[in-house]
Write a protein that binds this ligand. Sequence first.
Ligand code: PEP
Ligand code: MN
Length: 339
Amino acid sequence: MIVAMQDQATEENIQQVIERMVELGFNVHRTTGAAQTILAGVGTPEHFEVAEFKVLAGVHDAYRISSPYKLAGRNFRPEGTKIKFPNGVVVGGNEVVLMAGPCSVESREQILLSAKQVAAAGGKFLRGGAYKPRSSPYSFQGMGVEGLKLLREVSNETGLLVITEVMEISQIEVMLPYIDCFQVGARNMQNFNLLRELGHVRKPVLLKRGISATIEEVLLSAEYILSGGNYDLILCERGIRTYETYTRNTMDISAIPVLKKLTHLPVMGDPSHGVGIRDLVPPMALASVAAGADGLLMEMHPNPDKAMSDGAQSLYPEQLEKLVAQLRLLAPVVGRMIA
Ligand code: PEP
Ligand code: MN
């Protein structure tokens, strides 16, 4: 940590700051210039708040220089994390992994057809919510366990893996036998109790960026899961809320290379929730891969006009096929491939 004192700070002010830094476990290096004193705190005390120093008497500003996320930081595993799933699927390797399917599991017929279309298009995972976080309590809330069973059944039939959203701790046990990857939705990115529990399971987790979360907050949420011992974690940019209202959210493409730089964890893009408008999904999917995404999570529905949730952003099956053909051409340009 660096503490820059005000020009007019007194020796007493300076000593007070030094004392507090030493108390926390910092080794303090003092530099006094013509007017200003700079205090550099070396070491990594477990608990300290930069904000506490910013308000001490005589302090101009204080800056954290060490990263607050130890396990999520790129330094922890500079070579990057590869997550191995059944069927030989690896997320975080050279392959850009495609996950697609409807927003919600609605019926056996709907999810079976979706699975066939996703598999035909080259997808590796079938997505589909069995437990749905809806903005309104009157909207369709998902099929629950029935939905999980259907996901497993049709995925086995089509050779796909299953990713689906977990909304609360009590669902973890119920879901384990049916799924290959837990999805933590944007609304739960800071449900710290849920994150802690997911740190104790031995099944991969995909953590979505919260609707108004900063990149640092995403990484601190990741830290909750990693610190429980679960290192099979994927991050996902899915758009954030900005002042723009044309699109459902603003797909923050830049978050993808930023995260790739800051963390060793694989980073995916969800262009469907990122823009909320079907025809804008392919360009954002291509942009995500060009920006270095390790995979895409996309909504596709056999009949989007009749979907029970997120129909407007769900691709028609033909659109998904066409998009995958384009992604296959694009991926090699950035040194990646799509199987
Ligand atoms: C979803 O994937 O259907 C979903 C609810 O996403 P998010 O949490 O990003 O809103
Ligand atoms: Mn959705």
